[in-house]
Design a protein around this ligand. Structure first.
Ligand code: HEC
Ligand code: HEC
Length: 288
């Protein structure tokens, strides 16, 4: 009598189930059975599963973030200005509809009143900073400062108390100035942090045009491959390769070479320094 027989049967059953699930998954993928059209929301079960995955993921990462004082009037004013510039287009506001394109997004951008009521400030801050993968919710880490992330959090926490008239009044008191661009500081040759640069490269979507060693998704040949850029003699074929020139190039390629096909990505100064630090680790011409 084999005492391990029941165990073996159980293992074999589990194995068979895993194989069957993989085959079923493969069939769904291969025959294109899942409809990716953004005209319909995800299937109900999937929608709730994804929402729960998002909430648990945020909670696991944001619970311990210390929250600064969110009550200062200056902070709320600034939060409002940032919200009007970056968020209302998708999320709407009291008495303000989202813009037309937002109605075509799936998952749809939610009204922020319920999460403003239910979520702790650290969770809101985390979602604004890092965004949500595979949704239209962008990460704002590289677009606004740390201080401003909390200004936005403070304003969103206040949303449930605002009537449409309050929001209009805020809008009149702080009219849009039209020009929020921050003047570019003169580059110096100080380069930044390699790890931060690696992340900023994802953030500015460099791999949509360049093959970059160590960066997933880069198989585009719109721009030259960046393997070996650290030891290349010229940048863009014209500018001698120095940290100072690399910063100039990254922040405004057309200022260096007016007909360059590399766009000005409005890279913030610190991000450009960090990206340069990463690029200077790429000193082998064939991909590692
Ligand atoms: C291009 C559209 C878009 C813009 C712009 C945008 N968001 Fe979002 N946002 C979304 C979508 C879509 C979701 C839903 C993500 C999901 O379902 O996991 C979301 C989710 C959120 C959430 C989590 C709430 C929830 O219930 O899922 C918060 C908080 C949030 N956004 C705040 C902001 C702030 C603050 C800004 C401006 C700095 C902003 N969003 C700009 C599309 C956008
Ligand atoms: C829309 C496409 C596009 C995006 C996005 C883009 N680039 Fe470029 N890049 C180009 C093109 C095209 C060139 C070649 C330009 C030229 O020589 O005039 C170039 C050239 C360069 C060069 C000089 C390469 C050499 O061989 O001299 C560097 C460095 C560079 N890009 C880095 C970056 C980084 C870092 C990012 C992200 C922050 C980025 N690029 C985003 C298109 C792009």
């Amino acid at each position: 009598m084999d005492t391990y027989q029941p165990l073996r049967t159980a293992v074999a059953t589990v194995f068979a189930l895993v194989v069957l699930a993989a085959i079923a998954g493969g069939i769904v993928v291969y025959f294109g059975l899942y409809n990716v059209a953004a005209t319909h929301e995800h299937a109900n079960v999937l929608y709730h599963l994804l929402h729960t995955v998002m909430r648990r993921s945020v909670g696991a990462r944001a619970d311990d973030i210390p929250v600064p004082n969110l009550d200062s009037p200056h902070r709320l004013d600034n939060g409002f200005v940032l919200f009007r510039e970056h968020c209302v287009q998708c999320h709407g506001a009291p008495g303000v509809s989202p813009r037309a394109f937002a109605f075509g997004l799936r998952p749809a951008p939610p009204d922020l009143v319920p999460p403003a009521k239910d979520w702790p400030p650290s969770h809101l801050y985390w979602v604004i900073k890092y965004g949500v993968k595979m949704t239209a919710m962008p990460a704002w880490e590289y677009q606004v400062s740390e201080q401003e992330l909390w200004d936005l959090t403070a304003f969103i926490k206040r949303l449930p108390t605002l009537s449409p008239a309050d929001y209009r009044q805020w809008n009149t008191r702080l009219p849009p100035t039209g020009n929020t661009a921050v003047a570019n500081a003169l580059p110096s040759s100080r380069i930044g942090n390699v790890m931060a640069g690696r992340r900023a490269i994802d953030e500015y979507l460099c791999a949509t045009c360049h093959q970059i060693p160590g960066v997933v998704g880069g198989d585009s040949t719109v721009g030259p491959p960046l393997a070996g850029i650290g030891t290349r003699k010229y940048i863009g074929g014209t500018l001698s390769n120095s940290p100072e020139n690399m910063l100039r190039w990254l922040r405004d390629p057309q200022q260096v070479k007016p007909d360059s096909a590399m766009p000005n990505l409005h890279i913030r100064e610190q991000d450009a320094r960090d990206i340069a630090a990463y690029l200077y680790t790429l000193n082998q011409t064939s991909p590692q």
